[in-house]
Design a protein around this ligand. Structure first.
Ligand code: FE
Length: 195
């Protein structure tokens, strides 16, 4: 055997080749990274979902619209989702029902509304176990639910994204919408915490 090792271009040469192709397609990788970073850290944040929750807590008619057709209702608040997120479904927690979301296939969330998925959400263990032993998984994550509380697990699909509408905490009657929104976090919007 006298097979010659094929020549391998250096990293610099390969990078230059990729840049050349991107340039030919008028794509600007640096700009894309900056834009994506801005979107992910400034615009796709759980504060968006928190605003929806605070309004739903204080405006019963908006809450009904949000539950009836989330995709339409979020537009009233100046929010939007990518076109492939065709249905935005809001799941209301009550004293007897607790909702929790997951994506058993991968890591999908309504990221423009509740933010990008946390690492644990993408973890195979969470994805596999939350559907089989949700009560145990929630307990391990610090949320111990009373026996009478029914748990509903919602698995994200290709064109449906979910958000949990947490229960309004007691003693918050005097708070403004802004103060109410500040109580809501990503864990509560996913359903691994209650407020
Ligand atoms: Fe997914």
């Amino acid at each position: 055997m006298n097979a010659k090792t094929p020549p391998i271009a250096s990293i610099e040469q390969r990078l230059a080749a990729i840049h050349t192709v991107l340039d030919e397609h008028t794509m600007e990788p640096e700009k894309f990274v900056d834009t994506f970073h801005d979107l992910a850290s400034e615009q796709w944040v759980p504060a968006n979902g928190a605003r929806l929750v605070a309004r739903a807590w204080t405006d019963p008619l908006f809450k009904q619209r949000l539950l009836d057709n989330g995709t339409a209702a979020i537009q009233e608040m100046g929010l939007s989702m990518p076109p492939h997120h065709r249905h935005f479904v809001v799941l209301e927690n009550t004293a007897d029902i607790h909702n929790v979301i997951c994506c058993t296939l991968c890591s999908c969330t309504a990221f423009t509304i509740i933010g990008l998925p946390p690492d644990w959400y993408k973890d195979l263990e969470y994805r596999a176990r939350v559907v089989r032993e949700s009560r145990t998984v929630l307990k391990e994550m610090g949320l111990e639910l009373a026996e009478h509380v029914q748990i509903r697990v919602w698995d994200t699909t290709a064109d449906t994204r979910y958000m949990v509408l947490p229960e309004r905490p007691a003693g918050t009657e005097e708070l403004s919408a802004e103060q109410l929104a500040a109580l809501v976090n990503k864990d509560a919007l996913i359903g691994v915490a209650r407020l």
